[in-house]
Ligand binder design. Structure first.
Ligand SMILES: NC(=O)c1ccc[n+]([C@@H]2O[C@H](COP(=O)([O-])OP(=O)(O)OC[C@H]3O[C@@H](n4cnc5c(N)ncnc54)[C@H](OP(=O)(O)O)[C@@H]3O)[C@@H](O)[C@H]2O)c1
Length: 240
């Protein structure tokens, strides 16, 4: 799925990777980009339509779905990452509210539009979905749960012409990772790699220097073998 001429929605579009994804979608000729943000957003490009969208707010999600007439690509980017050592169930709930339930609610709301367009869902996930980051247990759990949901949606939506992509990112240089003293890739390079991979039809995307070497190993690993086997069990419509 190329971006040119397409309508794209990005959540968490005001900074970090979301902002880079908006810029890259415009650079690739997107016809319209809905920029979902919690605070009012000013963007000079006439193709950008601001959308008030806290992904934990059911009323805002409903209003946004009503405002977006058609949609080709939904990019679930909004997310939080808080440290919680020792593990704190209250912090887990905050992560689940945003990273899992919020992302799921947005996906459900826009699913009918994406089925109509034969579109794509791109969900920002993390290396932490595959192996927990020790200082961030709640973040890791929420992203693992999200990855499971993403793969479930992939199996059910394949028959309806919607492709579902998971971005398994390593460290990207944004506010989220500002305090981590480790090598990071730029959000701009990650955004380019994400759209390049979607163009190539890659389901699971490793968009940065740390994770890119995993690509071939992942494609042929036991996880993907099982996913392909289990996908045969997905018949009929997605779960309500
Ligand atoms: N940076 C990395 O190394 C890295 C690695 C792997 C995966 N990721 C994932 O990539 C995505 C973007 O991360 P980032 O690094 O760009 O983070 P960031 O710089 O901290 O930006 C997070 C974005 O999410 C938005 N957001 C947070 N809670 C929200 C809510 N309830 N509703 C709507 N928007 C909300 C923020 O909006 P406000 O400005 O209003 O707070 C902001 O736009 C996240 O899902 C993250 O888990 C990042």
């Amino acid at each position: 799925m190329g971006i040119e001429g397409k309508t794209v929605l990005v959540t968490g579009a005001n900074r970090g990777i979301g902002k880079a994804l908006v810029a890259e979608a415009l650079a690739r000729g997107a016809a319209r980009v809905y920029a979902g943000t919690r605070q009012p957003l000013a963007d000079a490009d006439a193709r950008v339509t601001p959308l008030t969208l806290d992904i934990t707010d059911a009323a805002q999600i409903q209003a946004a779905a009503g405002q977006v007439e058609s949609l080709d690509i939904l990019i679930n980017n909004a997310g939080i990452m808080l440290p919680d050592i020792p593990f704190d169930p209250a912090i887990l709930e905050r992560h689940m509210a945003v990273n899992f339930h919020g992302t799921n609610a947005v996906t459900q709301a826009f699913q009918p539009a994406l089925v109509r367009s034969g579109g794509a869902i791109i969900t920002m996930n993390s290396a932490a979905a595959l192996s927990p980051l020790p200082p961030f247990p709640s973040y890791s759990i929420s992203k693992s749960a999200l990855f499971s949901l993403t793969r479930t949606m992939r199996a059910f939506l394949a028959g309806q012409g919607v492709s579902v992509h998971a971005v398994l990112a390593g460290p990207i240089d944004t506010d989220m990772t500002r305090q981590l003293p480790i090598p990071k890739s730029s959000p701009e390079s990650a955004a380019q790699a994400i759209f390049d991979a979607v163009d190539k039809g890659e389901e699971d995307i490793f968009p940065d220097a740390t994770m890119a070497p995993m690509t071939d190993m992942w494609r042929n690993g036991p996880d993907k073998i099982l996913e392909r086997q289990f996908a045969e069990l997905a018949q009929g419509a997605p779960p309500a």
